[in-house]
Design a protein. Sequence first.
Length: 278
Amino acid sequence: MTNLELQKKANEVRKGIVTAVHSAKAGHPGGSLSAADMFTYLYFEEMNIDPKNPKWEDRDRFVLSKGHTAPGLYSALANRGYFPVEDLKTLRHLGSYLQGHPCMQETPGVDMSSGSLGQGISAAVGMALAGKIDNKDYRVYTLLGDGEIQEGQVWEASMYAGANKLDNLVVIVDNNGLQIDGKVEDVCSVYPIEDKFKAFNFNVVTIDAHNFDDIRAAFENARNTKGMPTAIVMKSVKGKGVSFMENNAGWHGKAPNDEEYKTAMEDLAKIDEALKEA
């Protein structure tokens, strides 16, 4: 896909996020929106997948380690054809297969259940190791929050991945600078992120999370890197695309009311119009 096509698709993913969280009256829009471009690139460009065969043995795998941003993953999956986009409105509703955190038993396209922060990357490392043992060509991707990497388990998994030269693994850190209690650097600084991953024998790339040229180049770099896993540290804007949510920690885990939903969808409609003229 061209960058313009990806931008248009990412805006549809953002609409799905806002709609799902509004319908649920709960959820996590901020970190879902900051990662929407990455979700879009992974599912529409990077990953070798088949929505008609979600359990295909040789597919690439994705683990959403920051599981609370499930609205972003669900919107990407729906727009990619794993299930109807209309079903996003059932998020967190009783009886829905779209739970508040990803559930591999219930949701088509979800490769690992997640939610407890720090655990997803460990599962991804296990998948990557299994691929090596089984001589499979599939690749494994996992997305973490910058607040999440305060968890010690993240670094145990990273140490293991580096020591075992898992070059089929890509760890992506959504560095939007905010977590539920405020700025990451104020709560418990994780910086410098890049140096930490380098210390665990990772190839490290830093990118603009909202620039598809950067994203494309980072994954090309990862594919060409042999003998070590890759960490992509993406500098993002929490709440990206919705004016009143951008760079606002208060929208980490809060749903928009009807009036806020209307404003958010108007913001995204303006992006649509701008992209039509591009």
